[in-house]
Design a protein. Structure first.
Length: 1101
């Protein structure tokens, strides 16, 4: 076994308040902090085409972000930028370089970290693009987990007149380039932590988003989460399952009622972390209240979250589970700070993966609050001003600011049982006792004058019955055209990974060729893919239907979107007419006026542009872009143009900062965004200046950020052409061709225009191919890549293009042999790239290559195998298939693996296969004692594997073999014990869900026979046979409600083939289980007894 030292305990040392700030009631300062950190390696150099990946219940697509696959094995001290906030009651530390998260929130009164303090930065492969850390508060937007969670934000400290201080963190999201900003505020007279949030859709089209504040809380057996007392039902992701709360029924495959007994009377309660053995999410279905939180009974302290229920219905708990599986993940995420749960607060959403909409140019603002509580236990009611508990003869009250309050307790007849007035302050909880027999029949009211701070009153429980969600029918089975349209919008809004909205809209127009909704939606999708001609065609039909009976339709959306498409085609006069008509609808007025302002600016009609920009700013004072454009036009006209109003509310708006002459961000993609804003409004010289600014910071970008160096050059060339400087433009394109294109991936329609303007140029065509493929334009991508190769690109570009053509050949053309040809060409160009070797091996498994050939190729490349976890696992499985299980086990034992969330089980599966094979050889050789030791090690895998067995996973094969080894060693009692475990393990947990039967159920049948229970063995065999035949005729499709299918990363397998393979293997097992005239078989053929290609298909499916 690999000799790995336990990492030394790390501790974050918070710097003291600077002397100059020591007397301030709220202090804020920027000071870096040295934190022991496991840093991510360089990301994958190849575009990540993960369009079939399911992540957190929605699309796991990451393009244009690069994908990280490895984290440093050892920690090193790293100096992180940190901003500190402190008042009388709280000390906070914010890390702008890690998505602006709150990393430390310390209750100075209780001397307690109210949020989980992780004393190391130890990312695991949990995030959308790889690295993700636990602890503190992560602000998840525009999807879960925050795509830029390991990327920096800009930061600004705002001092307010009343002494409050806000630390603002802002960035542009890497997908749609929307602007998200959160400000963490402390006040001088309050224990509230406020997150002030501004979300701005700076794009021209509607965008979907979610917002969850992801709070981690350190837990132990004495930690209890609390939710409003009217919560009686909770739901899983997408509401695919529900259960009662807090006492649960069957949930996530666990029978909670069975867990409650005399020794654990509350063992069925989901509000205690200690009771939940498996990874589990639950979300509140409905409540009239606006709070929830968590409490550590051992420390007698906790926290409350409060937010307005009108915008923030989301209340969720997540845990890895209080069992070996969860503990293994916690070891991957921290060195010694133990387990945690997440108590997540959702705004504009009450479930994951629910998404809401941001209209073009729309700003949504809201606040979320947290505050510490002490010595009152979990609370039954909380407001922004106070929290209260009433249980077991005790009254507890905590306030968030100093008040003189009356605390009144009455019974259900109105009689006074307790009445006092007290001076209350944060950090000084009020506690008293009362003698009433039943606290649930009492009313506790805490008031300041006529203001009710908090009140607990008896409530009639409303029955919360909500059936589990169901998957939508296939398009052909949908009854109406309108429902087809709505299902498509649902799939689009929720970013569904495996069911695409277009198929519903195409079915709709097959039934009604001019259905306005379907044509508009299809036009929008074509526009997003840069297919402007097709977009205009769809939208023209929608407008024609819309105006068939009236020139003034109810909605201006189709007119607006048609105007955008016409503008992209250079048909500005037609576009102008469409946008003017769209502006008749107030819902689309602002977006249409903004588009017109930019159109007029590009035309040089400053008066008209100013008129429209002022109209937008007047109608929507939060429209930062309109105010910035108005200021720039006024200056163009020789007048004064101010952006002060923008900077007052958004000090990190980079366009406003540029206009104000302030220091700009050092994030190159954001500077490119501002350059595009200038160019799109008719200011090419300003755009060139911003492109120069982006160029100047290219060497200072965070690991994992999208590279934009070549894109900046192509944008500059396009502007130079516009200015009539064609020679300079050509020079810029020549320069672009020589720049490093690693992780440079276009994401904006303007990027595509700049690349298309480069014409027949290999690098630009390669970049276009990447974007086309991501947007679903597969044939265009293939054509662009092929043309790029014909133009002789540099070696790096040619390698990437060959690899991408290999992916397309398999996934699009279903031609594994052409795919192999391209991979072989890529490896010939870059022979020492482990990523290529892994992907080629996966392809080889799918193209019918024998396991022996694959093994021989990998044996000749030990360095390539050693460089990757996934390739090491594949190699280990090939060794096992070749009868060399001992070597496979040694290989696995000598490596520290880094699993990724949802992909658990592959390393462990290889470890178990190796153990079973070696143990069988040992028993055959007469060394049963050694076989027993080895099989026990398979049941309790070493920490170096990075994962542990899921509590619901079926380990019957190991228990069966262990029983057989114990019999051979003369221990019949021990053998029967393990056979009994195997016999009772008919179900399984595979594909990230629990199942009643699986390929391991047959081992339970054999165990029953060894125990002499032939009747139950026959019954289970019959059940397995029925299950197999039901499986054989079920439609083969991916689980619509899957929350994680990360194994569907690169090569997409046919679900039918995967299902048919499982059916074949089950039938083979059933044939083996039939009684033989010569007696019963002693063992069961494993699913790996088929070809290695089949086994790989099963793993990846």
């Amino acid at each position: 076994m690999l000799d790995v030292e336990t990492p030394a305990q790390s501790r974050i040392a918070l710097p003291p308040v600077p002397a100059a700030l020591a007397g301030d009631r709220v202090a804020a300062w920027s000071e870096p902090v040295l934190i022991d950190s496991y840093l991510p390696g360089q990301p994958d150099a190849y575009p990540a085409f993960l369009d079939s990946r399911v992540y957190q219940g929605s699309s796991g697509r990451v393009f244009p972000l690069p994908f990280h696959e490895r984290i440093a094995q050892d920690k090193t001290p790293h100096l992180w930028q940190a901003v500190h906030l402190e008042n009388e009651w709280l000390r906070l530390m914010i890390l702008p370089e890690l998505g602006g998260r709150i990393h430390v929130a310390y209750d100075k009164v209780a001397k307690y970290d109210i949020f989980y303090r992780n004393n190391v930065i130890k990312p695991a492969l949990v995030g959308l693009a790889g690295p993700w850390i636990s602890g503190g508060v992560e602000f998840n937007w525009p999807q879960h987990h925050r795509p830029a969670t390991f990327l920096p934000t800009d930061v600004e400290i705002e001092w307010e007149e009343d002494g409050s201080i806000t630390v603002w963190c802002s960035d542009h999201d890497p997908f749609a380039r929307m602007k998200g900003m959160h400000g963490i505020r402390l006040r001088p007279d309050s224990s509230l932590i406020e997150a002030r949030v501004r979300l701005f859709n700076r794009t021209e089209v509607p965008q979907t988003f979610l917002w969850w504040a992801n709070v981690a809380a350190a837990v132990n057996d004495g930690y209890q989460s609390f939710f409003p007392t009217d919560v009686t039902t909770v739901a899983d992701h997408a509401r695919r399952a529900t259960t009662t709360f807090p006492e649960a029924g069957r949930y996530y495959g666990v029978d909670y009622r069975a867990r409650a007994d005399a020794d654990h009377p509350d063992g069925d309660r989901l509000d205690w972390y200690r009771n939940i053995p498996v990874p589990t999410s639950y979300m509140v279905l409905s409540t009239e209240d606006e709070f929830f939180g968590g409490y550590d009974h051992g420390r007698d302290a906790g926290f409350v979250h409060w937010a307005s229920g009108g915008v923030s219905p989301g209340k969720k708990q997540w845990t890895w589970g209080n069992d070996e599986f969860g503990w293994a993940w916690e070891r991957n995420l921290t060195d010694g700070d133990g387990p945690y749960i997440e108590l997540m607060a959702g705004v504009f959403t009450d479930n994951q993966p629910d998404f809401a909409w941001l209209a073009p140019g729309e700003t949504k603002t809201f606040s979320q609050y947290w505050y510490p509580i002490q010595k009152i236990g979990p609370v039954q009611q909380a407001t922004l001003r106070a929290a209260a508990s009433l249980r077991g003869g005790t009254i507890g009250v905590v306030v968030t600011s100093a008040v003189r309050a009356r605390i009144l307790l009455t019974d259900n007849a109105g009689a006074t049982l307790f009445d006092t007035t007290a001076d209350l302050a944060p950090g000084s909880p009020f506690a008293a006792t009362h003698s009433a027999a039943r606290s649930e029949a009492l009313t506790l009211t805490v008031t300041e004058g006529d203001d009710v701070l908090v009140s607990i009153a008896p409530r009639v429980q409303r029955e919360q019955i909500r059936s589990a969600a169901v998957a939508p029918p296939r398009p052909a089975d949908v009854g109406s055209v309108d429902e087809l349209y709505l299902i498509g919008r649902y799939l689009e809004q929720y970013r569904h990974a495996t069911r695409h909205p277009e198929q519903y809209w195409l079915e709709a127009i097959a039934r009604d060729a001019r259905h306005v909704g379907a044509r508009t939606a299809l036009g929008a999708r074509e526009y997003a893919a840069g297919n402007f001609e097709a977009s205009v065609e769809h939208l023209s039909l929608a407008v024609a239907r819309n105006t068939a009976w009236t020139p003034t339709p109810t909605s201006g959306e189709a007119h607006y979107r048609l105007g955008l498409g016409l503008m992209r085609l250079g048909r500005d006069r037609e576009a102008e007419a469409m946008l003017q008509r769209a502006a008749w609808d107030v819902a689309w007025r602002g977006a249409a006026w903004w588009a017109l302002a930019r159109l007029y600016g590009r035309r040089g009609d400053w008066a008209a542009a100013l008129d429209r920009a002022e109209a937008v700013a007047s109608a929507d004072p939060d429209h930062n872009q309109a105010i910035c454009l108005r200021a720039r036009i006024l200056r163009e006209l020789g007048r004064v143009g101010s952006v002060e109003v923008v900077l007052e509310r958004d000090p990190l708006d980079q366009w406003a900062r540029d206009l104000a002459g302030l220091e700009l961000t050092r994030d190159a993609p954001t500077l490119l965004d501002v350059a595009i804003e200038y160019a799109g409004a008719g200011f090419p010289l300003d755009s060139l200046r911003l492109l120069d600014a982006a160029d100047a910071v290219l060497d200072d970008q965070a690991v994992g950020q999208v590279a934009v160096g070549p894109l900046v050059a192509y944008h500059r060339a396009l502007l130079l052409d516009l200015l009539g400087r064609s020679g300079a433009a050509q020079q810029e394109r020549v320069r672009a061709k020589g720049l490093d294109t690693t992780n440079c991936l276009p994401s904006r329609l303007e990027d595509v225009a700049a690349l298309e303007a480069a014409g027949e140029e290999a690098t630009a065509l390669a970049q276009l191919g990447h974007w086309y493929y991501d947007r679903g334009r597969r044939s265009d991508a293939i054509a662009a890549w092929r043309r790029s190769l014909e133009l002789a690109p540099d070696r790096k570009t040619a390698t990437i293009v060959h690899r991408n053509l290999g992916v397309a050949a398999y996934n699009v053309d279903r031609d594994p042999f052409e795919a192999r040809m391209h991979y072989e060409a890529a490896i010939a160009l870059t022979p020492r790239d482990p990523k290529l070797w892994f992907e080629f091996d996966q392809l080889a498994a799918r193209s019918g290559e024998t396991p022996a050939t694959r093994l021989a190729r990998l044996e000749a490349e030990p360095d390539m195998v050693a460089a990757r976890d996934d390739l090491s696992v594949s190699f280990a499985n090939l060794l096992i298939d070749a009868g060399r299980a001992a070597e496979a086990r040694e290989l696995l034992a000598q490596r520290r693996f880094q699993p990724w969330e949802g992909g658990e089980g592959q390393v462990l599966g290889a470890w178990e296969r190796a153990a079973l094979a070696v143990a069988a050889d040992l028993v055959g050789a007469g060394d049963a004692e050694r076989a027993v030791e080895l099989l026990i090690s398979a049941l309790v895998p070493p920490a170096e594997l990075g994962e542990a067995r899921h509590p619901l996973a079926n380990a019957s094969a190991i228990h069966l073999a262990l029983g057989d080894a114990l019999i051979a060693a003369g221990d019949e009692s021990g053998a029967r014990t393990h056979w009994r475990v195997a016999a009772d393990s008919a179900g399984d947990f595979t594909g990230m869900r629990d199942r009643s039967y699986s390929l391991r159920t047959a081992h339970s049948v054999l165990a029953l026979r060894r125990l002499g229970d032939d009747a139950r063995a026959s019954e289970l065999t019959r059940e397995l046979a029925e299950y197999t035949e039901e499986l054989a005729v079920e439609p083969a499709e991916i689980d619509f409600f899957a929350t994680s299918l990360p194994t569907m990363l690169l090569f997409v397998d046919d679900p039918q083939e995967v299902r048919d393979l499982e059916v074949r293997e089950l039938r083979a097992q059933l044939a083996h289980l039939r009684p033989k005239q010569t007696g019963q078989a002693a063992s069961m053929p494993s699913s790996s007894d088929g070809s290695e290609a089949d086994r790989e298909h099963q793993e990846k499916g």
